[in-house]
Design a protein around this ligand. Structure first.
Ligand SMILES: CC(=O)SCCNC(=O)CCNC(=O)[C@H](O)C(C)(C)COP(=O)(O)OP(=O)(O)OC[C@H]1O[C@@H](n2cnc3c(N)ncnc32)[C@H](O)[C@@H]1OP(=O)(O)O
Ligand SMILES: CC(C)C(=O)C(=O)O
Ligand SMILES: [Mg+2]
Length: 560
């Protein structure tokens, strides 16, 4: 195997930020930030086949429905597809009054002018200017000094100011990104932002957006938070700037960095739905928003039908949302393992009984219903599952509430089936196994109820008289007991010599109204001392209990 190169010679540790008395670690997020979706720009520039105008329009409409008020709709100077979509959108009148569209441009005069043209006729818009400021980009990409790189930004800002001045019918707002901020010297980033502010003259009533990107994530998220707090503390005229975060996910902590950045004083978050974007993606807006939601803060974004959001995002990006993606993934509310299922099932039961809305279901940080997800998919059964799993499925699918001890009995059959099949068991598998194990709604080989009637004798005892088919042969049988169940038990003993001793009996309704049926469960002991379970289901509760005795009798014959 080839040896990896020596990392300590190839890479450098990221330097800490000198920030005495940092405040952000003791802050909490108590209000939502301003959100900007860059799905149609940073997301779009990172997919194999960039979106056509049909997809872009569909994505735009989705973002509006979710509640985004700032939407970066593209990079107008990239080409005709982008330009035409943006100018078409502006002309269409489909941009709601409270929504700002934003476009991105390099700091190059021709590109900036094209960007303004694409927005002609807009009521309001944000023009976003960027240039990289960090040493690697200065040395490698621009081959320029600090002064020259600062001048790129200043020159671009002047074109912004001039273009806006020539188009007074639009309410113009500006955003400037010192691209590669997180790997640049912070004092230099501040210097460049200050120079841009000098040109654009923002005020507290008409602030500039200063967007501070972790263009490539290069350090732990606490370092980014330090950088944001340092920037906020040291930027002159801070009150005339909206501090915006734009994190990428190269180290897998894009969301954490954005959250710590908010604690450090930022006002706005840029990102993409489900974290699409360059390389490992942008900060995932769904995750940041729903993380807030689970802390009792309304993010102001609506993900109450998350499956519809996913459907549109997958169609537009042509990238599937991962099954384990926070909140949205298909499997994130699903428990296969026994102890999780047990705790979740108990959690749902407790939740139904408590008289406040406080969500306390173990293993589920959020109520799936809040995202439009049904509870049915929460618990699924395979060889890792326990009693809670199939009991939940039987309850949700068939309405059966098996007594605890019967669950333990049935679990052997389920476990064997899961091991044999080596795959997930669906609701039909479990129901079929239940019917087979307890001879419910099947044609059992031994005892099958054909008909019966129950009468009360003069001494108060009950008499069961009926027809039972035994291996297909119908027989008239009868017996007497203190109640219906004991009369059936004595009938079976008298007619077939099968001894059953009743230990426990429970029943419940199945469904409601005219279609309601009853389920009866019987725990008994046979002559050899084995515990035997029976279950009967019928429209009539008494008949359900008779069927439960015959179910147990069939099992006892099977055991004998
Ligand atoms: C971090 C980000 O996501 S930034 C956004 C990136 N997104 C995109 O690039 C998508 C759309 N871009 C495009 O379609 C094309 O890049 C265009 C049409 C804008 C420009 O195309 P071109 O001019 O052919 O080429 P390109 O983008 O490679 O330009 C490179 C030149 O611009 C310079 N440049 C790069 N970024 C900037 C900037 N922000 N401001 C000023 N100049 C810049 C480079 O130094 C280079 O200059 P050089 O030719 O003197 O070496
Ligand atoms: C253009 C800027 C904001 C960007 O996308 C980045 O730096 O990641
Ligand atoms: Mg980016």
């Amino acid at each position: 195997m080839p040896m990896l190169s020596e990392p300590s010679r190839k890479y450098r540790a990221f330097p800490q930020i000198d920030l005495p008395n940092r405040q952000w670690p003791s802050q909490t997020i108590t209000a939502p930030p301003r959100w900007l979706s860059t799905d149609l720009r940073d997301g779009n520039q990172a997919i194999v086949d960039p979106m056509d105008s049909v997809k872009k329009n569909r994505f735009f409409d989705l973002l509006v429905e979710i509640g985004l008020k700032e939407i970066e709709v593209g990079f107008p100077s990239a080409g005709a597809t982008e330009f035409d979509f943006i100018s078409g959108l502006v002309r269409s009148g489909r941009i709601p009054e409270d929504v700002f569209v934003q476009v991105l441009t390099q700091s190059r005069e021709d590109l900036i002018r094209t960007s303004f043209e694409s927005l002609a006729g807009a009521r309001q818009a944000i023009v976003h200017l960027y240039n990289a400021v960090s040493p690697a980009w200065r040395d490698i990409v621009f081959r320029m000094s600090k002064d020259e790189v600062r001048q790129i930004a200043v020159d671009g800002a002047k074109v912004l100011r001039d273009e806006a001045g020539r188009r007074p019918d639009t309410d113009w707002h500006f955003e400037y990104s010192p691209e590669t901020f997180s790997t640049a010297e912070i004092d230099f980033s501040i210097e460049v932002c200050e120079a841009v502010m000098d040109v654009l003259a923002p005020t507290p009533d008409h602030p500039i957006i200063l967007n501070l990107p972790a263009t490539v994530e290069a350090a732990t998220p606490n370092v980014y938070a330090d950088q944001i707090e340092y920037f906020c503390r040291n930027l002159p005229n801070r009150e005339s700037a909206v501090i915006s975060l734009h994190t990428h996910n190269d180290r897998g902590t894009g969301v954490a960095a954005a959250e710590l950045g908010l604690m450090a004083g930022a006002d706005r978050v840029e990102g993409c739905l489900f974290g699409n974007g360059e390389r490992t993606g942008n900060c995932c807006l769904v995750t940041v928003a729903l993380n807030m939601y689970t802390q009792g803060v309304d993010p102001g974004l609506d993900f109450s039908d998350i499956d519809r959001v996913i459907e549109t995002v997958e169609y537009c990006n042509q990238i599937p949302v991962h099954e384990r993606h926070p909140y949205g993934g298909e499997l994130v509310f699903t428990a296969f393992s026994g102890s999780h299922q047990d705790a979740i099932k108990k959690g749902f039961e407790a939740n139904e009984k408590q008289n406040d809305e406080h969500w306390r279901v173990p293993y589920l940080p959020i109520d799936p219903a809040d995202l439009g997800r049904s509870y049915e998919a929460v618990i699924r059964v395979n060889s890792q599952s326990g009693k809670g799993g199939f009991a939940w499925v039987l309850e949700k699918d068939q309405g059966l509430k098996l007594p605890k001890k019967m669950q333990a009995d049935f679990s052997k059959a389920v476990q064997n089936m899961a091991d044999d099949l080596g795959r997930e068991l669906n609701a039909t598998d479990i129901w079929d196994a239940f019917r087979k194990t307890y001879h419910v709604q099947t044609h059992p080989k031994h005892f099958q109820l054909v008909d019966y009637e129950e009468t009360r004798a003069s001494d108060g005892t009950r008499i069961f008289a009926g027809t039972i088919a035994v291996e297909g042969q119908e027989q008239r049988v009868s017996g007497r007991g203190n109640g219906l169940i004991s009369s059936v038990v004595s009938t079976i003993e008298d007619a077939f010599g099968l001894h059953l001793e009743i230990c426990d009996y429970t029943e419940h309704a199945l469904g409601t109204g005219r279609d309601a049926r009853a389920a009866a469960y019987l725990e008994c002991r046979d002559g050899a001392g084995n515990t035997i379970w029976g279950c009967g289901i019928d429209e009539d509760v008494a008949t359900a209990s008779v069927r439960a005795v015959l179910s147990a009798a069939n099992s006892a014959v099977g055991k004998g």
